[in-house]
Design a protein around this ligand. Structure first.
Ligand code: NI
Length: 169
């Protein structure tokens, strides 16, 4: 089932998600729906708060559904190590048509639970590192506009307000 993606400034996007404690059929259904929603939107990642669910859960698939090995489910994830810097363009399904360069760590190691509750660690570089950081930020209520420079943030907020007033947001 394709879920509705909420857009900025929906309050659920700006509050920390609750830890996931039940690894049941309902959780697996939410994960499947989140992948379906990501693919339908041509995204590479989606966090539960973006579909109005304030929980620490995110899905990532850099292959956009083409390679099953790249389907990642991160439950209660955290960054446990980060190194270096990268400065590349980023987008977010809760900010349609907004793309901006954002500073992120070049490499990160994350720790997370899978759909069965089993803990694992994983390293990411380049785009995967960026996706880990962007999606884990969502679980803390941090949006990518708050990772931009103050100038870029105000320019993008102005662009959003213009789209809102034109009814295109
Ligand atoms: Ni996002």
């Amino acid at each position: 089932m394709i879920l509705k993606i909420v857009k900025y400034p929906e309050p659920v996007l700006q509050q920390p998600g609750e830890p996931v404690t039940e690894f049941n059929a309902e959780l697996r259904k939410l994960v499947a729906d989140m992948f379906e929603t990501t693919y339908a939107s041509q995204g590479i990642g989606l966090a539960a708060p973006q579909v109005g669910v304030s929980k620490r859960l995110t899905v990532i698939d850099l292959s956009q559904g083409k390679d099953p090995v790249q389907r990642l489910v991160l439950i209660n994830p955290e960054v446990i190590f980060s190194e270096g810097k990268q400065y590349e363009e980023e987008g977010c399904l809760s900010f349609p048509d907004i793309r901006e360069k954002v500073v992120r760590a070049a490499k990160v190691r994350i720790r997370a639970q899978d759909e069965t509750g089993k803990w694992f660690e994983m390293d990411g570089e380049e785009l995967l590192s960026r996706a880990f950081q962007h999606e884990i930020d969502h679980l803390d209520g941090i949006l990518f506009i708050f990772r931009m420079s103050a100038l870029k943030r105000s320019l993008n907020l102005r662009k959003i307000r213009k789209m809102q007033s034109e009814g295109t947001w």
